[in-house]
Design a protein around this ligand. Structure first.
Ligand code: 2M8
Length: 419
């Protein structure tokens, strides 16, 4: 297909997944609005329709809780093709939502959209910027209560990288018994070999049951959490989002709000900096229950490039390590390197290449003056999308498209990265 035809096909995916101002990740498998998916989708829309881009974020913010949290799923309309649905979460928001969050990409999206939006849209941008600021304050208060400079996740779903090998040890300590019957729907849409295992799901639901019993109150959830990880992927995204949001506030002429975001970004940058491990040439998350570093190699270890300006020795070390991971791969950065025993080329977040991860990594490489390395990451990804379609993820060894088809964030990645 010609690039112009691919652009049209990408837009067609977004419009097919449009449910009235918000976009589902893909038909059937994910029939609601997901938090970080929508932020990427907003950037995709912004390449041709700033109004629709802002609408996506406005609909996401309809799910924001009074304490500032933006949930990971907003259940705008009923659908029975997904488990766990709103009745399992049992939260009490005006619109049914889940009770946990997801990587806060929204601040990044807002800066991207604002740069492409006409002046008349400034009031809408200001409203969204304050919503994003409230969610940043929630992360800081609810998930970094001790002020270590890294925010913690209480559920693998909050990281966006559900079954990453990074959670294996911490998740193994979570019991498999549940009060909610586990009725998986995902494996009815996608080959089970490309999804998390049943025992993972039992633990995911055990956690959900635990937090529902804690009334979805941040302090009670924190105390009850058998899974608590100070996580570098979410922290890096939050740090970058705070930096981007401070620019948005500067543009809006709100210096006080901008300064608050810069202070948050500085706090997180210190935490991320302390998570660097020279022996591994990457950053590591910390298991707060076990009091240990999480050494398992996953893409998260490179995400801090998005928010930090690395010195030359660290930059070189990261580049060499990323090259080592990609040996034998035909595209992108595998989410787990093939040399590691946990690598599985087709199983979801245990190896496959994800367009949005490479998007963030390329952005981080560019920020660190490594435009060539960024291009080397993106060109084969775009070629794989052109060949296979807008699939959910890709086999790093063959380039085969996997998971859900006609996927919104892959279409958005095409629209943004092919420019
Ligand atoms: C996947 O996660 C959901 C739970 O949130 C699931 O498997 O049911 C992840 O890939 C996540 O990162 C993504 O936001 C979501 C929707 O695309 O699907």
């Amino acid at each position: 297909m010609h690039p112009a035809e691919l652009d049209a096909a990408a837009r067609a995916v977004l419009s097919a997944n449009d449910r009235g101002g918000y976009t589902v990740p893909t038909e059937g498998l994910y029939p609601f609005q997901w938090n970080w998916d929508s932020a990427f989708v907003a950037m995709g829309f912004a390449t041709f329709d700033a109004d629709r881009a802002l609408r996506e974020l406005e609909r996401l913010v309809e799910g924001q809780w009074d304490d500032g949290m933006i949930p990971h799923i907003v259940f705008h309309a009923p659908a029975d093709s997904y488990f766990p649905g709103p009745e399992v979460w049992g939260t009490r928001h005006r619109i049914p939502t889940s009770g946990i969050s997801q990587p806060p990409v929204m601040g990044m999206a807002l800066r991207f959209v604002a740069a492409r939006a006409p002046a008349a849209m400034r009031p809408r941008i200001a409203t969204l910027a304050h919503a994003a600021a409230r969610s940043h304050a929630w992360w800081r208060a609810a998930r970094d209560p001790e002020g270590i400079g890294l925010v913690a996740v209480l559920h693998p779903w909050e990281t966006g990288s559900d079954n990453s090998p990074a959670w294996d040890a911490a998740l193994a300590r979570v019991p498999q018994d549940t009060t909610t019957p586990v009725r998986r729907r995902d494996t009815g849409h996608v080959d089970a070999a490309m999804r998390p295992r049943d025992e993972d799901y039992r633990r995911y639901i055990h956690l959900l049951d635990t937090y529902r019993a804690a009334g979805w109150q941040p302090a009670a959830m924190w105390r009850a959490a058998p899974f608590r990880i100070a996580e570098v992927q979410v922290s890096a995204i939050l740090c970058r989002a705070a930096q981007d949001l401070s620019s948005v506030f500067d543009e809006l002429g709100e210096p006080g709000a901008a300064a608050a975001q810069r202070a948050l970004a500085t706090h997180l940058a210190h935490g991320l900096d302390a998570a660097w491990r020279p022996a591994l040439s990457r950053f590591v998350s910390r298991d707060l229950v076990a009091g240990e570093d999480i050494a398992a190699p996953t893409q998260a270890g490179f995400l801090p490039l998005l928010a930090l300006d690395l010195d030359a020795p660290r930059r070189k070390a990261v580049l060499a390590e990323m090259r080592r991971w990609s040996a034998g791969c035909v595209l992108g950065l595998p989410t787990t390197p093939p040399y590691h025993p946990a690598f599985d080329a087709k199983r979801y977040w245990r190896g496959p290449v994800w367009a949005v991860v490479d998007w963030l990594l390329a952005e981080g490489l560019r920020r660190n003056g490594e435009a060539e390395a960024a291009q080397a990451l993106i060109a084969p990804l775009l070629a794989a999308i052109a060949r296979a379609g807008f699939d959910e993820y890709f086999d790093p060894l063959t380039g085969e498209g996997l998971g859900g088809r006609r996927f919104s964030w892959t279409a958005a990645a095409w629209l943004v990265l092919s420019r």
